[in-house]
Write a protein that binds this ligand. Structure first.
Ligand code: ZN
Length: 277
């Protein structure tokens, strides 16, 4: 039995002292792949490098997170975009042997993320956030890479931007879904998208164990940790890590009244459909 952690910030400094051990524990727990979202230009670059060192296990995303959108967002975006065309820096090398080209290729970038809107802490860069999101949505249409979407206190604005591209978008994940039935249905109208379900599902007061089986079919969700944040019960409050997805898997199986094997099969199929891996 194995499954994928579709969203973990394993590159974060929280893991600087024991990253290899955390990865080893994830493998042992049954996690077959880790998808790693970036938040800005620096992490987009460092995540591509980190994933190159673990190319059979870690898969990178590149993108600009809404909370990182500031006055310099245009510069950040154009530099991040250059990472999506991995062959371009090689043209300047004098000896372009196949090996030289191969060693400069980015590891398989699986998605654009994380991107989105976040008006929870501040609306200072509200318009910039919306412009940055729309540009990255256009990258998704052009490159056919799915979107990893973060949204907080901005679902109406998010939906209205996505609607402009609904017919052309390849798909993606609404990560860290914690909404109600109406909000789930509104997001699922984008038919190539799925909801990312994490630790919140296990919290005592969470309504997700009722909301999800009521309106979200099993072929519309994926598992995630959002490590190092959002640790599930019984690790709540501690540093989260990909191995803890086992608790989310367990709670999902309970909520839907199916076996953990079935959740694995379904979510693995969803991951393959959305991300192509
Ligand atoms: Zn995240």
């Amino acid at each position: 039995m194995n499954w994928v952690d579709t969203h973990c910030h394993i590159d974060g400094e929280e893991f600087d002292t024991d990253r290899e051990l955390v990865i080893e524990r994830a493998r042992k727990a049954g996690v077959s792949k880790l998808f790693v979202p970036a938040i800005d230009l620096a992490t987009s670059q460092s995540i591509v490098d980190l994933c190159r060192q673990h190319s059979d296990y870690l898969y990178p995303m590149v993108g600009l997170h809404p909370e990182e959108v500031r006055a310099d967002w245009r510069t950040q975006l154009s530099a991040i975009k250059s990472l999506l065309s991995p062959l371009s820096p090689v043209t300047s090398l004098p000896n372009r042997s196949p090996l030289a080209i191969a060693s400069h290729l980015s590891p398989l970038i699986i998605a654009i993320g994380e991107v989105g809107l976040d008006f929870y802490w501040s609306r200072e860069f509200e318009h910039e956030q919306m412009e940055a999101l729309e540009q990255q949505v256009q990258w998704s249409v052009e490159t056919r890479l799915p979107l990893m979407i973060h949204c907080r206190k901005a679902q109406n604005e998010l939906v209205s931007i996505l609607k402009r591209y609904a017919g052309e978008l390849p798909g993606g994940v609404f990560h860290c879904f914690t909404g109600n039935e109406l909000e789930a249905e509104q997001l699922l109208q984008f038919d190539r998208f799925v909801l990312g379900i994490g630790g919140v599902l296990t919290f005592k007061k969470s309504h997700l164990p009722e909301v999800l089986p009521a309106v979200v079919p099993l072929d519309r969700l994926v598992i995630e940790t959002d490590s190092p944040y959002m640790a599930p019960v019984p690790m709540r409050g501690q540093r989260n890590e990909p191995a803890y997805t086992a608790h989310i898997l367990q709670r999902l199986a309970q909520a839907y009244g199916v076996s953990e094997e079935e959740i694995c099969q379904q979510t693995n199929a969803n991951v393959a459909r959305v991300f192509g891996v």
